[in-house]
Design a protein around this ligand. Structure first.
Ligand code: TRP
Length: 363
């Protein structure tokens, strides 16, 4: 069986380092590993509209930001297909059929959707489109017969829902769809990178994000004001590592060679943590180290973004080509789906001949 990746992001803003360690970095590694037959990267504008119906301009403006982020981290349109969800109408058609295979109570149990409903204060006024977006996500994945979805932990319920739809579809209509699996980050700090204020979720409205496109000074400021251990008041005090955002970020980003380059007094992260726990190590020193580590990672991304920003029309041409390629694949899956569901009436000579025969007999 072919190995196929599909993943994507809602274009509600620029992408941040949480997206980067949670999924983006992995996608680039997988792209460059050459072990996948196809890679589809989708800008999920239609999904973003499910809770931004009254603000389509925000989504429209952010498509280019996400595309620039993709290209600047090293996703290469020669090696992967980058496309925009709303330009593939086949995805809607698939969703319409999948909706018959899912119950309302099953959707209500989705923990990610539950949390999102709370975060948005929807309470009883949940848009139907938002409520059903896990079904639309199953269409995104299955339209491309994806086997692998590199994504963060919060996407696991969507994958579970997708696998259920696939099993239900295949059992009812015949083996057409492929069951995908999620590919989570293997480093636990990357599973859910906290905001710079220590809060669980990075979000624009909380102002606790580090964006891939932030300039060096913005990144430095965010790090220098990062949440640490509130009990660690004086340098001599023993400090806590658990829940200390600076150390969580170091867990996610730092490699042994960073010590030789920026903090040669310590051989590795374990020794740095041990010193912090014992007391005698100040927050500023650790933050400066994190700043060096993060700037090293982000600087080439920023530099590439600046280049891509010079030719925006070309980015739209890349996206258009991606949409055309993606649409062909989705249309081919849809044709299999229609055939399996036997709603391909005009291609069904047997149906037409059989009915012609039986009506003739009736006279
Ligand atoms: N839900 C994803 C997000 O919030 C975006 C998305 C839409 C997606 N369809 C997908 C991710 C399919 C992986 C696979 O960013």
């Amino acid at each position: 069986m072919k190995k196929i990746i599909l993943s994507g992001d809602r274009p509600t803003g620029r992408l941040h380092v949480g997206h980067y360690v949670g999924s983006l970095k992995r996608r680039v590694e997988l792209q460059n590993s050459g072990t996948f037959d196809k890679i589809y990267i989708m800008i999920a504008d239609a999904q973003a509209l499910t809770d931004n119906a009254s603000n389509p301009e925000k989504i429209r403006q952010n498509i280019i930001e996400v595309a620039l982020d993709y290209l600047s981290i090293g996703l290469d349109p020669e090696k992967c297909t980058i496309f925009i969800q709303s330009q593939i109408p086949e995805l809607c058609e698939l969703s319409f059929y999948y909706m018959n295979l899912v119950t309302v109570s099953r959707l209500q149990r989705n923990p990610t959707v539950k949390t999102e409903i709370q975060m948005r204060n929807f309470e009883t006024s949940i848009p139907v489109g938002f409520f059903t977006y896990p079904i639309s996500q199953a269409s995104d994945i299955t339209a491309f017969k994806a086997t692998t979805v590199p994504a963060g932990e919060d996407q696991e319920p969507m994958l579970e829902q997708t696998r259920e739809i696939v099993r239900r579809f295949n059992a009812t209509y015949g083996e057409v769809l492929v069951e995908p699996e999620i590919l989570l980050p293997d480093n636990s700090a990357c599973l859910r990178l906290p905001g710079t204020d220590g809060k669980a979720k990075m979000s624009k409205s909380l102002g606790n994000c580090i964006y891939l496109s932030d300039d060096a000074e913005e990144v430095r400021k965010r790090i220098m004001t990062m949440f640490t251990d509130p009990g660690h008041l004086r340098v001599e005090d023993p400090g806590k590592i658990e829940g200390n955002t600076v150390f969580t970020y170091l867990d996610a980003f730092c490699r042994p060679e960073h010590f030789a380059a920026y903090l040669p007094d310590y051989p590795n992260l374990d020794e740095l943590k041990a010193h912090y726990r014992r007391g005698g190590l100040g927050d500023v020193k650790v933050k400066k180290f994190l700043n060096s580590v993060l700037q090293e990672e982000l600087e080439p991304i920023r530099a590439r973004r600046k280049e891509f920003e010079q030719d925006i029309p070309e980015i739209y041409r890349i996206l258009k080509r991606g949409c055309e390629a993606a649409r062909e694949v989705a249309a081919s899956t849809l044709s299999d789906v229609r055939k399996a569901m036997r709603i391909d009436y005009f291609d069904d000579a047997e149906l037409i001949a059989g009915q012609a025969e039986s009506f003739k007999k009736k006279g």
